[in-house]
Ligand binder design. Structure first.
Ligand code: FAD
Length: 494
């Protein structure tokens, strides 16, 4: 699918289309000079404060990476994130090269009470990895991934991208669950849960995290795992960036045959009812190897289509046999499911989802396909809205809702409603169109995946039975709520 299709339709949660990179920001901020003794900033709760230049210089001296202020040649590129709707101007950007750098940046932020954002891969839909007038703790240069093939483990620095994780693992005949756009950061992606094409067999990405290194609000660099600080380790697997700056993740890897039976089957939208009604029944009995989910999108020529994304992680002949009944539904316009290199599949959406697109997304978990859901998807259909998905079930479902901080284990699929466009004039109209479609579907949804949600406005309820435990852990490791630019968990009082 190309970028025009995505634009016409709307974005897709880790699914479709292409966009040109937006041109640089035209707004100019005054450039601070050495003569200034302080720099205007905002506190954690938004009050105006002044940061002493001497303290900023001290931070710069302590760090191996640079401290970037407005006027620095890298300032604009460093503050630019994926979603073109966000144009934030931080007071300073602490570009970290090590866990010690991150620790120094956290200590500076805490001592000065300055609003703090943590930047991994920059794919936050609501733009929470940058901020106006605060500090950005920038991990983008901490992007190394190392694989120990014998131990079947990968270690990825907190600012690595999924492309780095996939490439390092596939190079050794191994893999773990990773999302469907390769320039997504491992940081926010993993901390929120991590849905990808292999999750029915291997679980969410958090189900494959075996340890991490994290800098907490007190500046301490901690190694955590099921044995070391297990509560904190539990919390980072689904609790987002609430607990500190994760400078390294360790992942379990699986032996993998990268030539994988995969592709798309596409029908005109007037066959959507047949496809969805069949899918609703058939998908309940699928093997863990089979990942297949329906998308509804508008083609560049204006035609609306329904398309399934198929990935079979196993013997291709078995995949063909399992897929056969779906292939017999209606009259597909395209059926290109065949053997493909998995790395091709994992990068196929990179251009369609290029940086700079303006985008809104919402999603909801579907526990069971019902006739009512199918009817609503068809009745409420809107050509401006992209309807995508991340398939769940399988190994995702076999983990208990209390076993990690991510609670939505009993869903069969996540339905994603998204929009993608380039013209700021369209912001209001296309956001409203997505919200309206979502409202129609809402009675059939239960809970949402925070990582693919622009609004993120129901944090306590969405964590359900895990929220009280998350609050207690937040209260212990970040009592001052230094890390609040995320789906924020209110720290419990000690
Ligand atoms: C085009 C696109 C495709 C996507 N595809 C998928 C997909 O296939 N599967 C899926 O599950 N999700 C997907 N997502 C959602 C994605 O998981 C989230 O947007 C995620 O937050 C991105 O992480 P990031 O590091 O790139 O983002 P950032 O914007 O850098 O950060 C997002 C949040 O995480 C925090 N954070 C980031 N890194 C760290 C760190 N190392 N330590 C502490 N906090 C940190 C930030 O402070 C911020 O609150 C996609 C998003 C986009 C835009």
């Amino acid at each position: 699918m190309d970028r025009r299709m995505f634009c016409r339709t709307a974005v897709a949660a880790g699914v479709l289309t292409a966009m040109p990179v937006l041109s640089g920001c035209e707004r100019k901020a005054p450039v601070a000079t050495e003569a200034d003794t302080s720099l205007a900033a905002v506190s954690l709760d938004g009050a105006s404060i002044e940061l002493e230049r001497a303290a900023i210089r001290e931070l710069g001296d302590a760090m191996t990476g640079p401290v970037i202020l407005s006027g620095h040649p890298d300032y604009d590129s460093a503050r630019t994130i994926w979603n073109g709707m966000h144009d934030k101007r931080p007071a300073l950007i602490a570009r970290c090269l090590s866990a010690e750098d991150a620790s120094n940046a956290v200590a500076f932020a805490r001592d000065n009470g300055v609003l703090t954002a943590v930047l991994g891969g920059g794919h936050s839909w609501p733009g929470k990895s940058v901020c106006d007038d605060g500090i950005v703790i920038d991990l983008s240069q901490m992007n190394a991934v190392n694989v120990d093939a014998e131990a079947q483990r990968a270690r990825a620095q907190g600012g690595a991208l999924l492309s780095g994780l996939d490439a390092a693992a596939l190079g050794k005949g191994l893999v773990t669950t990773a999302g469907v756009v390769s320039h997504t950061g491992v940081g926010g992606y993993t901390l929120g849960g991590g849905f990808g094409r292999l999750n029915r067999k291997y679980g969410l990405t958090i189900d494959n995290v075996t340890g991490a290194e994290i800098v907490t609000a007190d500046g301490t660099v901690r190694r955590i795992s099921a044995d070391e600080e297990p509560e904190l380790f539990w919390a980072i697997r689904g609790g987002g960036g609430n607990f500190g700056v994760v400078t390294e993740f360790e992942y379990r890897l699986h032996p993998f045959e990268r030539n994988i039976f995969s592709g798309n089957i596409v029908w005109p939208v007037d066959q959507a009812r047949d496809v969805l009604e069949f899918y609703a029944e058939w998908s309940a009995g699928l093997s863990d190897e089979m990942y297949v989910g329906p998308n509804i999108a508008t083609m560049p020529d204006g035609n609306r289509i329904i398309m399934v994304d198929v990935v079979y992680n196993g013997d291709p002949a078995a995949g063909e046999a399992e897929l056969a009944p779906l292939r017999r539904i209606g009259t597909p316009m395209v059926d290109d499911v065949q053997l493909r290199d998995y790395s091709y599949l994992q990068t196929i959406n990179d251009v369609p989802f290029g940086h700079g697109i303006r985008s809104y997304a919402k999603n909801g978990m579907v526990k069971e396909w019902t006739q009512g859901l199918v009817d609503t998807m068809i009745d409420a259909d809107d050509p401006r809205v992209f309807v995508g998905n991340h398939v769940a079930g399988g190994a995702v479902k076999r983990v208990g809702e209390l076993d990690t901080a991510f609670p939505h284990r009993n869903a069969e699929i996540m339905i994603v409603i998204a929009g993608g466009w380039m013209d700021p004039e369209q912001d209001d109209e296309l956001i409203a169109a997505c919200r309206e479609y979502y409202r129609a579907l809402e009675p059939h949804l239960g809970g949402y995946y925070d990582n693919i949600d622009f609004d993120g406005d129901e944090v306590p309820g969405n964590y359900g039975p895990n929220y009280a435990r998350l609050r207690a852990i937040k209260g212990r490791y970040d009592p001052g709520n230094q890390f609040r630019l995320n789906s924020n968990i209110e720290p419990a009082e000690a």
